[in-house]
Design a protein around this ligand. Sequence first.
Ligand code: ATP
Length: 297
Amino acid sequence: MNFIRVRAHGKINLALDVLRKREDGYHEVRMIMQSVGLYDNIEIVNLGQSATGKPEIEIETNLRYLPNNENNLAYKAALLLMEEFYISAHILIKIKKMIPVAAGMAGGSADAAAVLKGVNKLFGLQLTNEELKKRGVTLGADIPYCIDGGTALSEGIGEILSPLPPMPQCIILLVKPPINVSTKLVYGKLDAANNEYHPDIDGMIKAIEAGNLYDMTKKMGNVLATVTEAEYPIITQIKELMLEKGAIGSMMSGSGPTVFGIFDNREAAKEAYNFFKASDLGRQVYLTDGGNGDERY
Ligand code: ATP
C-alpha cells in the first residue's frame, strides 16, 4: 500500500464547561463533543525510502496561510509515529482544508488524528485507537476525541472520553464570522476560579440518551462564549439571527468564533443558509449534519 485517504471531521461543542485551571496551566473541562459532516480531506502518499535515512514529510495544502512545515499538526502527528517506529520513508501529506481555521472546530486536531490513523494503516503499525489516543494527546487535548469522533463527553483536559449515543437527527448551520480568535487568549481571559456559570452537562447527556433534540438544545451552553462574545458582538448578532430564522438552538463552538445553529426543518435551514451566504456576517457558511466521525474510511 502506498497511498491512503482519510476524512478529518470537524467538531462542534454542544456544551462546554470549564471546571478549573490546574497548577500546570491546563484547564479542566467538561464538554459534549459532536462531529459534523464537514471534513478536511487528507491524502498520505508513501514516496519510498527517504534519501536521508530519516523520516521526510512534505505538506501540501489548498490554503496558503496554513503552515506547510513542522508547525502543521499533521506533520507533527506523522513525525511522532515515524520516529517511534523507525520509518525512514519520504511521505507527502495533502490537506484539502474545508473546516474553518482557528474557529473553534478543532480543524488542526482533526487533521492530526486523521494522520495518526492514516500512517498507522499505511505502514501496518496495527496500533489500536486507544494506543493512538495516548500518543495524540501529547500533541493536543482534542486529538483523542477526534480519533473516535461521533458524540462524546470529554473530561480532564480532553483525554477522558465517554462515548454517547448519536445526537438526535437535525440540520446544522455553521457560520464563521470574518474574525480570528486565538484559543489561548480566550482561555487566558477566562477567570475560571470566579466563573459562576456552568451549563447543565448532565442534563444534556440525559436529553441525548433520550433522543430528545428539543431538550438537548435547551441545555446548550458554553462558558468560553462569555469571554469571546463580550469582545466580538458579531457572534451574538449571528446567534440571534439564527434563532430568528428558525434555529431551535444556536451557540458559539469551542473558543469561537464559529456559531452553529440547530434546525429541525430543512427548508428553514436552507433559507437561513442563503441569508448568511448573502450577508457579510459569515466568511464561511456551511449546511451540514452530525457526521459520525471517521468510521467510513
Ligand atoms: P480548537 O477548536 O481545537 O480550539 P481551532 O479550530 O480553534 O481549534 P485550528 O483550526 O485547529 O483551531 O488551528 C489553530 C492554529 O493551528 C491555526 O492558526 C493554524 O495556523 C495552526 N495549524 C497547524 N496545523 C494546522 C492544520 N492542519 N489545520 C489547521 N490549523 C493548523
